[in-house]
Design a protein around this ligand. Structure first.
Ligand SMILES: C[S@@+](CC[C@H](N)C(=O)[O-])C[C@H]1O[C@@H](n2cnc3c(N)ncnc32)[C@H](O)[C@@H]1O
Length: 207
């Protein structure tokens, strides 16, 4: 990994230390519109049970998933989870939320546990994005839906499917859709979402 990528990772990939604290706060500011756009795409209902993979400091769950019956977040960063616990304190105390430290490649829930699975800008940092999507598909119940903000919008199609100098995966909309289908999702659609523009994919787990 290049020095640039290592630096970027400490900010956003898996926030750690002083740099990570700054990164954690920065991403909340930068992604304000993306959280709202993701929430609109999720179209949550009162009986939904939602998992956010790579939940970070849990802005999406705390500020945009209030109507869902149950919310769960998983992240690999202690620093992010510490902030997430404060954000979701009321729901954690009420028993309608859980936060887990873990890896997207091995989600600690049984098959079909959630009606909605989402993930924002986590996949672009994981070694095996397909495995991550397969895990998301596994924990989704039949008929459940997934919305994934996969990576920043790609302007050079030739770079699709590769890791850039910042150490993050980039996919074209078509390739992001293919990846989602390969993981087992159906009715997959891809769109550009929010600001800054990002590649998002939505799919369902077949009934
Ligand atoms: C760019 S941040 C996005 C956080 C959050 N989704 C948001 O939009 O505010 C990426 C997050 O993915 C987490 N992450 C990276 N690799 C992971 C992995 N293998 N398993 C679980 N979480 C991971 C990081 O710790 C970080 O919090």
């Amino acid at each position: 990994m290049t020095r640039r990528a290592q630096f970027y990772w400490r900010f956003f990939g898996k926030p750690v230390g002083r740099t990570g604290r700054i990164g954690s706060r920065l991403m909340v500011r930068i992604n304000r519109r993306n959280y709202a756009a993701m929430a609109a795409a999720l179209d949550l209902r009162p009986d939904d049970e939602v998992l956010d993979v790579g939940c970070g400091s849990a802005v999406l769950l705390a500020s945009h998933a209030g109507e869902a019956r149950y919310v769960a977040g998983l992240d690999a960063s202690d620093l992010q989870l510490e902030v997430a616990r404060r954000r979701l304190a009321d729901r954690l105390a009420a028993g309608t939320a859980e936060l887990v430290k873990g890896d997207v490649a091995a989600l600690p829930w049984p098959d079909g546990r959630f009606s909605v699975v989402t993930s924002m800008f986590c996949l672009k940092f994981v070694p095996d994005p397909l495995k991550a999507l397969e895990e998301m598909h596994r924990v989704l119940r039949p008929g459940g839906r997934a919305v994934v903000a996969a990576c920043d919008a790609l302007h050079d199609e030739k770079a699709s499917g590769s890791v850039d100098a910042w150490g993050q995966w980039r996919w074209s909309a078509a390739d992001a859709r293919l990846l989602m289908e390969k993981a087992g999702f159906t009715d997959v659609t891809a769109s550009v979402l929010g600001s800054p523009a990002s590649q998002a994919v939505r799919g369902v787990r077949e009934i």
